[in-house]
Design a protein around this ligand. Structure first.
Ligand code: PEP
Ligand code: MG
Length: 882
């Protein structure tokens, strides 16, 4: 078995596609070597050794020692230097390199091979005693910290003392003799602290470093990083041993990092930073301010660019940039070092980029003939698009985070704090920007949510009312923020560390991260550039799934159409009931003593509902529109305050006590499992009758007067048995046919149901006898399958995710193994009875990329999601199809 892979002098045993075995760094060092780029020779110990190391009590395969020896020989031959030699020593770096990049998580050791003897050889090679002792002390610091577990502050303290003694401020002001003395002091301190000599033997140093890198795979930082980024622990890291090149041997030396294109805008120019006379760590550490590599990036006041200072190296690097992009066909992130005017490449990898850059680079590379349209589409992650569609925090702005909740609806916004929806509306009318802060929101707060820039709630999960409504409005929302304690009486809330925020104080929310910040943090507007449009055209060519939107108002529908929605998959009619002019009639209807009373109130609502639907149909211009009949528990519409009850009693001409009694009577312990959905239609058929009449009258009027073609899809919620649907469908058909006859026009319509209870999924074959379409309500289906309240889960679900009991919040990303099985089964059973049944999803999962891919796989016809997620769903659907 082979464990070690050589690279150097134009030849390499590894390749770019061997990342699993060699890690990203090792694989690309091999690849760059093979295509003739200047890479210092070295070798990669494979990830299999890491796996072996942990499986065998931290030991190595028997043959590893010989392989390392043989590879080291080859490096020595190319470099014409010998490891541990007194006159002409070879120094190496030892670095980690996992399959996926884990920046800064694992250990690195530079200048390895130095001791009291070889340092003399380095002095001879470099002709620079100061450089040699500086390298030596850096090595002792790094090695004792990483390999031996020495407290690094103790050595830093000695360095500070030295500077004080010499009365200098900068490291660069210390002399060769100072560094030499410090090396001795460091070693003595290590001996004293650890009771162990600093190893002089270079081979011992090498194996110590290799062991430390493998050991760092299991350090706490790395474990946490892997967890956060879903990197399996059994991948392991590789170890790269490479001959050292020095960027800190004088002013003809330098080191730097660069991107082949601008990683924040995607613009096609070479972008990077470098430092003269420095080692790689100095660029990253931020002790000295790096300089731009070329004049394109230079701003007034910047130090000279590399293009000016080291023009030959710069032009060589610029050529390498072209070679790398042609070869990898993607934007690269590179590290380089210049030693005495000679350029060396130390790393290349696909560069991380913003969403804007991802799109621009992908579209440009198609134009440049580097990649095809398919590849371009796959280069942009659907979840990344969120960044583009909403305002975001100015990355340069300072921020003071005072609490963190769930990132419920993306975007960022600032404003002054208010605690009631009415106040939000009042202040917004006067042009004030406000943030609505509530313990939780209810449908009654819609007007305030609409008026606010953002919404913050202390309670509730990712599908809580606030989250769903805010996403629908494209407004930023931080929900379930347990870090804050809201006190309505005081008009204030307390955040972390006791920070008190009062009404009128400014805060900023970042709905993409869940952060709550004190004061107003600057935001930058969304950018829907021409490139975005171009990419989305390709996206639409590849995808099979249709994408609809969840929209309740013509305005939302319009926004969604601009984002490419191909219909409405869910119009929640209850939101129309909360408008100021109609809530009174709705309450009157609910509280009426008998059918006559209800019908009287419903007659007031009918023309308004009809107006709503005309607006929606017009906006959708003949695209399919699914309208759901009333769903929420009735008590959500009821007045709770005495004053409101009294007012309503007066309008209805009944005693206030009777009304209060009725309100109490309607109270439910588990309203979400109570008198809601189709159960309302069964007990109060006149409500659904009114809604169906409004839908059909709207459709008929438009068909008759405006020459529209419309096929309304009437959707009945929360069906558990086919009988419920049969009864409600018969009622609806009767009304539809009566309206159609009355108008004397031809209008087709569909009657279908939501599948949002497990029993509905389990008996979908029976339900499909009646239902002409299914729309999966995966919010309720998740709630009922898990037996988990969607409004309360925010309190404990984050703990489940942190503890890895659940991989993700199931209200965010569909639980494919559990809830997903019900969805899949529902489709199969539904199609078995009615092969042409239309299948869609309208739960929040319809806008989650992973869930969309699942929906494609199980053969749904469409997904429906909030307007601002329509482009995300389109892109995810294309990824699923490619
Ligand atoms: C659902 O349950 O998934 C759904 C779309 O309906 P609502 O969120 O309105 O309950
Ligand atoms: Mg539902």
């Amino acid at each position: 078995e082979k464990y070690v892979y050589f690279f150097g002098n134009g030849k390499a045993e590894g390749r770019a596609d061997m990342k699993n075995l060699l890690g990203g760094k090792g694989a690309n060092l091999a690849e760059m070597t093979s295509i003739g780029l200047p890479v210092p020779p070295g070798f990669t110990i494979s990830t299999e050794v890491c796996t072996y190391y942990y499986a065998n009590g931290e030991t190595y395969p028997a043959s590893l020692n010989d392989e390392v020896e043989a590879n080291l020989k080859q490096v020595e031959q190319i470099m014409e230097r010998t490891f541990g030699d007194a006159k002409n020593p070879l120094l190496v770096s030892v670095r980690s390199g996992a399959r996926a990049s884990m920046p800064g998580m694992m250990d690195t050791i530079l200048n390895l091979g130095l001791n009291d003897t070889t340092v003399q050889g380095i002095i001879a090679q470099s002709g620079d005693e100061r450089f040699a002792y500086d390298a030596y002390r850096r090595f002792v610091q790094m090695y004792s910290d990483v390999v031996m577990g020495m407290d690094k502050h103790a050595l830093e303290h000695l360095l500070e003392l030295k500077k004080a003694e010499k009365n200098v401020h900068l490291d660069t002001d210390l002399t060769a003799a100072d560094w030499k003395d410090l090396v001795a002091q460091f070693k003595a301190a290590i001996k004293q602290e650890l009771g162990q000599e600093f190893p002089e033997d270079p081979k011992q140093q090498l194996w110590g470093a290799i062991g430390a890198v493998f050991g760092s795979w299991m350090n706490q930082r790395a474990i946490t990083y892997r967890k956060l980024n879903n990197i399996p622990a059994d991948w392991g890291t590789a170890v790269n041993v490479q001959s050292m090149v020095f960027g800190n041997m004088g002013d003809d030396c330098a080191t730097g990092v660069a991107f082949t294109r601008d990683p924040s805008t995607g613009e096609n120019y070479f972008y990077g930073e470098y430092l003269v006379n420095a080692q790689g760590e100095d660029v990253v550490a931020g002790i000295r301010t790096p300089q731009p590599i070329n004049n394109h990036q230079k701003k007034p006041g910047d130090l000279p660019s590399m293009e000016e200072v080291l023009p030959e190296c710069y032009h060589q690097l610029a050529d390498i940039r072209t070679i790398l992009e042609k070869h990898y066909k993607d934007m690269q992130d590179i590290e380089f070092t210049i030693e005495k005017g000679k350029l060396f490449m130390l790393q290349t990898r696909n560069g991380k980029r913003t969403a804007t850059a991802a799109i621009k680079v992908a579209v440009d590379m198609v134009a440049e003939g580097l990649i095809d349209e398919k590849t371009a589409v796959l280069r942009v992650a659907p979840s990344q698009l969120d960044q583009l569609l909403h305002p975001s925090l100015d990355p340069k702005a300072e921020k003071k985070v005072i609490a963190k909740g769930l990132p419920a609806s993306p975007g960022a916004a600032g404003g002054s704090v208010v605690f009631t929806a009415d106040e939000a509306e009042e202040l917004a009318k006067n042009g004030k920007k406000v943030i609505l802060v509530r313990i939780e929101t209810s449908p009654e707060d819609i007007h305030g949510m609409h008026a606010a820039q953002g919404i913050l709630t202390a309670r509730g999960g990712m599908t809580s009312h606030a989250a769903v409504v805010a996403r629908g409005m494209g407004k930023c929302c931080v929900a379930g923020c347990g870090d804050i304690k809201v006190n309505y009486a005081d008009q204030s809330f307390v955040a972390c560390n006791g920070v008190v925020v009062k009404k009128g104080d400014m805060i900023t929310l970042d709905g993409s991260t869940g952060q709550v910040m004190l004061g107003e943090v600057k935001t930058v507007p969304p950018q829907l550039t021409g490139d975005f449009g171009k990419l989305m055209v390709w996206v639409d060519q590849f995808r099979k799934l249709k994408v609809r939107t969840n929209a309740d108002t013509p305005h939302d529908a319009k926004v969604a159409r601009e984002f490419g929605a191909e219909g409405i998959g869910l119009c929640r009619t209850e939101h129309m009931f909360f408008e100021a002019e109609r809530i009174a009639a709705v309450r009157e209807m609910i509280l009426a003593a008998d059918v006559e009373g209800r019908e009287k109130a419903l007659a007031k609502i009918l023309p308004m509902q009809k107006g709503d639907f005309i607006g929606l149909f017009r906006e959708m211009k003949g695209l399919p529109v699914t309208i759901r009949l009333l769903d929420p528990p009735l008590h959500e519409f009821l007045p709770q305050e005495d004053k409101d009850i009294e007012e309503l009693a007066a309008t209805m001409q009944v005693p206030a006590a009777t009304l209060r009694h009725k309100v109490e009577f309607l109270h439910e312990f588990n309203p979400m499992l109570g008198h809601r959905g189709c159960r309302l239609g069964i007990t109060f058929p006149e409500i659904y009758d009114m809604q169906v009449r409004a839908i059909m009258e709207a459709a008929c009027e438009l068909v008759k007067n405006e020459g529209f073609s419309i096929v309304p899809e009437i959707m009945i919620p929360l069906i558990a048995t086919v009988k419920e649907l049969a009864v409600l469908k018969a009622n609806a058909v009767k009304i539809c046919d009566e309206v159609i006859a009355r108008y004397g026009v031809k209008v087709e319509y569909l009657i279908g149901t939501m599948i949002e209870l497990p029993r509905a999924a389990l008996t979908a074959d029976e339900i499909a006898v009646e239902a002409e379409f299914f729309s999966y309500g995966t919010n309720d289906l998740t709630q009922t399958t898990f037996g988990l309240s969607r409004d309360d889960a925010g309190k404990f679900l984050p703990f489940y995710v942190d503890a890895n009991i659940l991989p993700e919040d199931p209200f965010v990303s569909l639980d494919q193994n559990g809830v997903g099985q019900l969805v899949r089964m529902g489709c199969e059973k539904g199609r078995s009875t009615r092969p042409d049944i239309k299948l869609g999803i309208c739960g929040e999962h319809g806008g989650d990329p992973e869930s969309v891919i699942f929906c494609h796989k199980i053969g749904l016809d469409y997904v429906s999601c909030s307007p601002f997620r329509v482009p995300i769903a389109r892109l995810a659907a294309a990824h699923a199809a490619l």
